[in-house]
Design a protein around this ligand. Structure first.
Ligand SMILES: Nc1ncnc2c1ncn2[C@@H]1O[C@H](COP(=O)(O)OP(=O)(O)OP(=O)(O)O)[C@@H](O)[C@H]1O
Length: 250
């Protein structure tokens, strides 16, 4: 089942066209990896999925992105609701300079939840969802910035989960982490996709192979091909994909 359908998406930074006629179906409860050489538009594309590019000057977008069949770029689209439904985790963990608890409770509070008991529940559930609860349950009132990098990144995932999104966007979420923390996040993705639809940008080909069900290969602002990850890695249809995954360029 398709969760997000991208139709004829073009994106321009001023005169420069960074995305060219992108068409990708993003399947519900699957992990879709976006791969491709530096500067080919992966992050730009990821940001179109929750309209983060709206925050950048001089960006123009054509085409449509349907989330559950509704165009997120239509005038009627509710941006606050969209960013709640489509959460984002960045390359570098970016917890707020607050306690572990406050990092998670912040979003639900903004969305109107005030009851302490309910907030406690959300904090525990979100931290469990991000496989972090056991490590932090005794230090909820301690600064989040005192956690290790890998813990901080799982905290950022928990912070997304706290507002009950449907989709998680991850922009190279493990590139700043050590191998063990990376493995923890990769394992976590396997669990998270039971409830969420996940789109992940990764430079790491092995990681794409390990964690994703589908892969889209980007090159110079275009999608060369999208297929089951197994097919992309074992029998790509396009020569350029083959050259990239076998390390001939990029
Ligand atoms: N805010 C911006 N203003 C102008 N051009 C931009 C902006 N952000 C990105 N670009 C350009 O758009 C193109 C795509 O960039 P993007 O960051 O999406 O690529 P990427 O595939 O994610 O790269 P990387 O793997 O290095 O992160 C690049 O040529 C980049 O220079």
């Amino acid at each position: 089942m398709t969760k997000i359908e991208v139709n004829h998406l073009n994106l321009y930074y001023g005169d420069f066209q960074a995305l060219i006629d992108i068409n990708i179906p993003i399947r519900k409860n699957k992990v879709t990896a976006l791969i491709g050489p530096s500067g080919c538009g992966k992050s730009t594309f990821l940001r179109t999925l929750n309209r983060m590019n709206d925050l950048i000057d001089n960006v123009r977008i054509e085409g449509e992105i349907l989330l559950d069949g509704i165009n997120i770029y239509s005038e009627k689209s509710d941006l606050i609701q969209l960013r709640k439904n489509v959460g984002m985790v960045f390359q570098k963990p970016n917890p707020f300079p607050k306690t572990v608890y406050e990092n998670i409770a912040y979003g639900p509070k903004i969305h109107g939840i005030k009851d302490k008991h309910k907030l406690d529940e959300i904090v525990e559930k979100s931290l469990r969802g991000a496989a972090l609860w056991e490590e932090v349950k005794n230090r909820l009132d301690k600064p989040a910035l005192g956690l290790s990098g890998g813990q901080q990144q799982r905290l950022c995932i928990a912070r997304c989960l706290a507002v009950e999104p449907d989709v998680l966007l991850m922009d190279e979420p493990t590139s700043a982490l050590d191998p063990i923390s990376t493995l923890k996040i990769e394992d976590l993705l396997e669990d998270l996709k039971k409830e969420y639809t996940i789109v992940i940008v990764t430079h790491n080909m092995q990681q794409a192979g390990r964690v994703s069900d589908y892969t889209s290969f980007f090159l110079n602002g275009e999608v060369v091909e999208t297929d089951l990850t197994d097919n992309i890695f074992s029998k790509p249809r396009d020569k350029r994909t083959e050259d990239y995954i076998t390390g001939r360029f990029g």
